[in-house]
Design a protein around this ligand. Structure first.
Ligand code: HDE
Length: 713
């Protein structure tokens, strides 16, 4: 029996209602074939005698096996592993001045959405915790048709032109001879490509930062990456960059922890999203926009069309305009999360593209890939992809056509049907592309305004807190340390030295090799021979700002413990009243609290009451929790068990908040614990069993997420 979910009425949207007629429910129903014939034996195939061969005429067996044989479809070439959820988008503030998109005009409207989060490099069965970019794809089912904002959790990209995408992905995925490694960039081909691609340096800073190992999907930002256009009723275009800002703040895990989670629970992010929604702790993000009027296009030291650049929030603030809330898990993973088909070219009137060459290439790729993945030009008819806006056109037939188009005409112009379906004027909502004037030679070239590859990489690194900088250095030591060819490491150190010397020296020390004196490899072999190569060497532009607070996670939201997983560690003889009081306090703050003990089953409290144990030390691990609260009990040997101490030690090493009985202060496993307790660094000592007395400071520490300053570098 499925566990009843705590779903509320909030969870249904116009889109989820639209899916109901397509949703099968087997409750109280009889087993049948696909032709509706009832089946009386699903355990035995039809045979010539009960020890004889299976008969070909067994149509029930044949249908069942045939369908099973064809259950798999190709996984996505990138972003294969993901998790999705339904929800809605509410607008705080009308954007009518800038865009005529109806869902961004009417603040009374709730627009249904389906969101899919993903990793990029790994295959469908890989771990959630790979160091990787995360996809953040949102399908808005608007009254004017589907609008897809297909973004990532990092605001820039590795390359500036879509023609390089297959090379980037081939280099990042497992190497072609043995398909090793899985879901990891720590290997020669990736860094070979990157070391020859200086434009990737800004993205490399993001990908080597803790943003690449998020704590959960609900605690990461999302970005549209490219500059898009808003178009208003008067056909005036405004450049726009999209941001999703999580209301739980932006938080990550430690790299050592990420690797351990990959073993203990490779579905960690999927599970977190699923459980949060089932518990009614709906994940929320605010939508922000950075708006740049057309006439300011060239006011920045970088090109707005260059997807390796951000617009620092100090230059153009992010205006918050609405909120996305995820309220319902899919009924069926394959039907919804696997078959959902996003496309940056799914537009509604009022939003348009720019000439960003990465975006332009994506406009071809997404429909094309659905054809091989979903197998038919009718993929838009799959329930999850079907808009809630009506569809009428003269497209017909094809594999797996569901729609029954009535009438004699499937062409236009026609007179037989009075010209229907008819075209709509722009005023009545017909889509018209922005009439950008273009008068240019046809040429394979890149604008020189795209050649500043380092200043924003430097801006990112300089904007990090010291622990964040250390994490980037360590990540690069790890990744490049796994590279076998010295030339590649050397070229990378050269590029890093153009970003920041602390960074390059730190990585070089870890690799045990010097930073090269001549940092730049003659990189631009890709530039056609008749162009002056020097003109196209990377240039460095002074950044308009030295630091940007928004780039560091240090300044993120730290005022909530909603959805945090907290382990209450207790053994027989625990003070049950104290334990329940803490459990209630934390649950009231919407944390997910679990009792962890030596064995499953129950523990007896000091007053001989019984408390149910959720996990033992075998079925869970400290890396699956955000914090630990350890209770003293009448059985002193409990706290000194290896498993208990290991649990505490690991939580402590990963800089998590811990509350522990004062008696543990001298444990050799917990070096410096006294100092950290005194300096208010997430170590809370429970004196004389007064657990209630430390509840407030524990909650504050959990909201803070991690105490990275505890790390040694
Ligand atoms: Fe994608 N990308 N991409 N991408 N992308 C795909 O489309 C592609 C890029 C992104 O949950 C594919 O349906 C090219 C940037 C997300 O279903 C494919 C280029 C950004 C998802 C494809 C890029 C993204 C995809 C594979 C270089 C952030 C997952 C399956 C020009 C703004 C969507 C599919 C989901 C998926 C092509 C670069 C985001 C092959 C050619 C930049 C979130 O079409």
């Amino acid at each position: 029996m499925q566990k009843p979910s705590k779903k509320t009425s909030q969870s249904s949207t116009d889109k989820t209602k639209d899916l109901i007629p397509d949703t099968e429910n087997a409750e109280q129903q009889q087993l049948s074939t696909n032709q509706g014939t009832l089946i009386n034996d699903n355990q035995n195939s039809l045979k010539a005698g009960n020890r004889g061969p299976t008969l070909m005429e067994d149509f029930i067996f044949r249908e069942k096996i045939m369908h099973f044989d064809h259950e798999r479809i190709p996984e996505r070439i990138v972003h294969a592993r993901g998790a999705g959820a339904h929800g809605h988008f509410e607008l705080y503030k009308s954007m009518k001045q800038y865009t005529k998109a109806a869902f961004l005009n009417d603040t009374s409207k709730k627009t249904p959405v389906f969101v899919r989060f993903s990793t990029v490099a790994g295959s469908r069965g890989s771990t959630d915790l790979a160091r990787d970019v995360r996809g953040f794809a949102v399908k808005f089912y608007t009254d004017e048709g589907n609008y897809d904002l297909v973004g990532n959790n990092m605001p820039v990209f590795f390359i500036q032109d879509a023609i390089k995408f297959p090379d980037l992905i081939h280099a990042a995925k497992g190497e072609p001879d043995n398909e090793i490694p899985q879901a990891a960039t720590a290997h020669d081909t990736f860094w070979d490509f990157i070391s020859l691609m200086p434009e990737s340096m800004h993205m490399i800073m993001w990908a080597m930062s803790d943003r690449a190992i998020p704590r959960s999907f609900s605690r990461m930002e999302g970005f549209g990456v490219h500059t898009f256009r808003f178009i208003n009723e008067n056909k005036v275009s405004t450049f726009v960059k999209f941001h999703w800002k999580p209301l739980l703040g932006v938080h990550s895990v430690a790299w050592d922890e990420a690797q351990k989670i990959s073993g203990k629970d490779p579905d960690f992010h999927r599970r977190d999203l699923w459980e949060a929604i089932e518990e009614g702790l709906y994940p929320e993000w605010e939508l922000g926009v950075q708006l740049v009027p057309e006439e300011k296009e060239f006011d920045f030291g970088f090109d707005l069309l260059d997807p390796t650049k951000i617009i620092p929030e100090e230059l153009v603030p992010v205006e918050i305009i609405g909120k996305l809330t995820l309220t319902k898990n899919p009924e069926n993973f394959f039907a919804e999360t696997e078959q959902v088909a996003f496309h940056p070219g799914h537009l509604v009137p009022g939003i348009d593209f720019t000439n960003d060459p990465l975006l332009q290439g994506r406009l071809f790729s997404y429909t094309d890939t659905q054809l091989s993945r979903l197998g038919s030009a009718n993929f838009h008819e799959i329930p999850i992809n079907r808009p809630i806006a009506p569809i009428h056109n003269n497209q017909r037939d094809g594999h797996m056509r569901h729609m029954i188009n009535s009438g004699k005409t499937s062409y236009q112009p026609n007179s037989i049907r009075g010209g229907c379906p008819f075209q709509t004027t722009i005023q009545q909502g017909g889509f018209a592309s922005h009439a950008e004037h273009i008068d240019a030679p046809k040429i394979r070239d890149r604008s020189k305004s795209f050649f500043d590859h380092f200043s924003q990489a430097t801006l990112f690194f300089n904007s990090q807190s010291q622990p964040e900088k250390n994490h980037i250095i360590k990540a690069l030591r790890f990744e490049l340390g796994k590279v076998v060819l010295k030339d590649i490491q050397n070229r990378m150190l050269g590029l890093l030295s153009l970003v920041n010397s602390e960074l390059a020296n730190g990585v070089a020390e870890g690799l045990g090799m010097p930073v090269p004196e001549k940092p730049l490899y003659p990189i631009n072999e890709s530039i056609p021979a008749d162009m002056v190569v020097e003109d196209y060497q990377p240039i460095s532009v002074n950044s308009a700002t030295d630091k940007s607070q928004a780039l560091s996670m240090e300044f993120t939201i730290k005022n909530t413990i909603k959805g945090r997983k907290i382990a209450l560690i207790a053994g027989n003889g625990v003070d049950g009243v104290a334990l329940n009081a803490i459990k209630e306090r934390l649950s009231a703050e919407k944390a997910l609290v679990k009792i962890v003990s030596s064995n499953l089953g129950t523990i007896n409290t000091n007053e001989n009451n019984i408390i149910k144990v959720d996990f033992n030390f075998l079925t869970t691990s400290s890396v699956l929790f955000d914090a630990a609260f350890v209770f003293d009990n009448s059985n002193p040997s409990f706290l000194h068990q290896t498993e208990v101490l290991e649990f505490i030690k690991e939580a402590y090493t990963h800089c998590k908040p811990i509350a522990i009985p004062f008696g543990l202060i001298d444990r050799p496993e917990l070096t410096n614990i006294k100092v950290f307790a005194e300096e208010d660094m997430g170590v809370i000592l429970i004196k004389d069993g007064d657990t209630n007395g430390v509840a407030d400071s524990f909650i504050e520490a959990v909201a803070n997420h991690r105490f990275w300053e505890r790390e040694t570098f």
